[in-house]
Design a protein. Structure first.
Length: 87
């Protein structure tokens, strides 16, 4: 079992996968197997460390701003180096 609770969307996905797997298990048997499969699915999903789309978009915007800042600073440095008096 994961150390932290799964977000609702992952919990729903885990249940859907577990139900699909249960459909191929022998009927009436193997509740312990299903429990172990449920735990394995939840654990695998928890390890994915997924982030909400909004957080991804915020981080992507921040990265693009940083890339633009770096490009401006590189251009400024190139200009300063080109105009530097020779020693």
């Amino acid at each position: 079992m994961p150390d932290r609770p799964l977000p609702d969307v992952l919990e729903s996905l885990a249940k859907r996968v577990a139900n699909a797997v249960a459909g191929v298990l022998p009927s009436g048997g193997a509740p312990e197997l299903r429990s172990r499969i449920d735990g394995a699915i939840e654990s695998a999903l928890a390890r994915l460390e997924l982030v909400p789309r909004e957080e991804y978009e915020r981080q992507l915007a921040a990265l693009r701003r940083l890339e633009a800042d770096i490009a401006r600073l590189e251009a400024r440095l190139a200009t300063l180096e080109a105009n530097r008096p020779e020693r």
